[in-house]
Ligand binder design. Structure first.
Ligand code: ATP
Length: 358
């Protein structure tokens, strides 16, 4: 039995909204799981049911060897972190961080030790004597995280805790959260709609849509082996290139024939004949400048310089294809280029169900 296990968990709100429609999740002790999905997909509701802030209307939840489906939040031994935090203005940083320990009866010496430990890990040691009003917004958020992460309960449950921060600050804070979690080994479930944050933090990313789990896998697999068109579109920036068409077999060779185009593309081994949507990420579309041999040719319409790479939007017989170009190369706008799809990273989906084809 997993440390935190959700079995066929459902939530129908009193107004009839079916927010969660049967979720199975098995989380091992010390894992960091991110629930990722668009607004309204049911991730917050799922987290709140684990916390006991909402009660499941179906299924069961077990945490640390106990059935907790209908238990009160205080009976579950979880720490909850929200997006909006409020520090106690009249207490200094050390007292703010130590507050949850004091509330649970931890003695002074132990409290001071634990506060020092978390303050060091979150780079707050030099601020312990300050009041919240003497801190920047980012530092205040870090104190709030330290306060939430000073205790080591059975699970930390975090709902977009970095949502109000700007992008730079968020990335920095991700590092602190992950480092603290790795040291403390507290099982963590973290909700976000930001896929970059999910990739950075998670041992496993659980992608949700419309109250259901679409994929539950390590970040690399969610990115490179998406289980459906939805996941392929939602994860990654830019999103995947998609081409509608058909897998055909002729003279013993299996090839992909794009709809409305007079050419054929190689397909992954084992592809079966039938309608298909071919997907490939920009970084797996190589750009061949000059007259070099390529599967496909097209004209560059947009060339975005991104610092470490360039994003080339190329008009081809397949429609607009986005490729990742070399940052050092001169701009290619207006130029005709060749494109080469990396076969190892070409994915096929069933256009009807959206599911990945074997
Ligand atoms: P967000 O990131 O916007 O919070 P989410 O993926 O976390 O989205 P939930 O907040 O879990 O999604 O909401 C799932 C669905 O349940 C939505 O349709 C939402 O409108 C609905 N919902 C959430 N809370 C309630 C409630 N208290 N009563 C009725 N419906 C609710």
């Amino acid at each position: 039995m997993s440390f935190l296990a959700l079995e066929r968990v459902e939530k129908t709100y009193p107004n009839g909204t079916r927010a969660v429609k049967g979720v199975d999740l098995a989380i091992e002790e010390g894992e960091f799981i991110v629930l990722l999905g668009p607004s309204g997909c049911g991730k917050t509701t799922t987290l709140r049911m684990i916390a006991g802030l909402e009660l499941a209307t179906g299924g069961s939840i077990r945490l640390a060897g106990r059935e907790v489906t209908l238990a009160k939040p205080s009976e579950r031994d979880v720490g909850f972190v929200f997006q909006f935090y409020a520090l106690y203005p009249h207490l200094d940083v050390a007292a703010n961080i130590g507050f949850p320990l004091e509330a649970t009866g931890v003695g002074r010496a132990e409290r001071e030790k634990l506060v020092r430990e978390v303050a060091e890990e979150l780079d707050l040691s030099h601020l312990l004597a300050r009041r919240p009003r003497e801190l920047s917004g980012g530092d205040q958020q870090r104190v709030a995280l330290a306060r939430a992460m000073v205790r080591k309960p059975a699970a930390w449950l975090m709902d977009e805790p970095l949502g109000t921060l700007d992008a730079d600050r968020r990335l920095e804070m991700c590092e602190f959260v992950r480092a603290r979690q790795l040291r403390a080994r507290v099982t963590t479930v973290y909700v976000t709609h930001d896929q970059e944050e999910a990739m950075r933090l998670a041992d496993r990313v659980v992608v949700m849509s419309d109250g259901l789990i679409l994929q539950d896998a390590p970040p690399l697999d969610v990115y490179d082996e998406p289980a459906s068109l939805f996941v392929a579109r939602f994860v990654g920036s830019p999103g995947m290139n998609f081409v509608e068409g058909e897998v055909r077999e002729r003279d013993g060779t299996v090839r992909f024939r794009p709809r409305g185009a007079e050419l054929e593309l190689a397909v992954p081994r084992g592809a079966k004949p039938g309608p298909a949507t071919l997907g490939v990420r920009a970084e797996f579309v190589g750009v061949v400048r000059g007259d070099g041999r390529a599967t496909l040719r097209g004209r560059v319409k947009v060339d975005e310089y991104l610092g470490s790479s360039r994003s080339l939007h190329v008009d081809t017989p397949l429609g607009r294809v986005v490729a990742r170009g070399d940052a050092d190369a001169p701009s290619a706008v207006g130029e005709e280029v060749g494109l080469e799809l990396a076969l190892d990273h070409v994915r096929l989906f069933d256009p009807a169900s959206g599911r990945r084809l074997a």
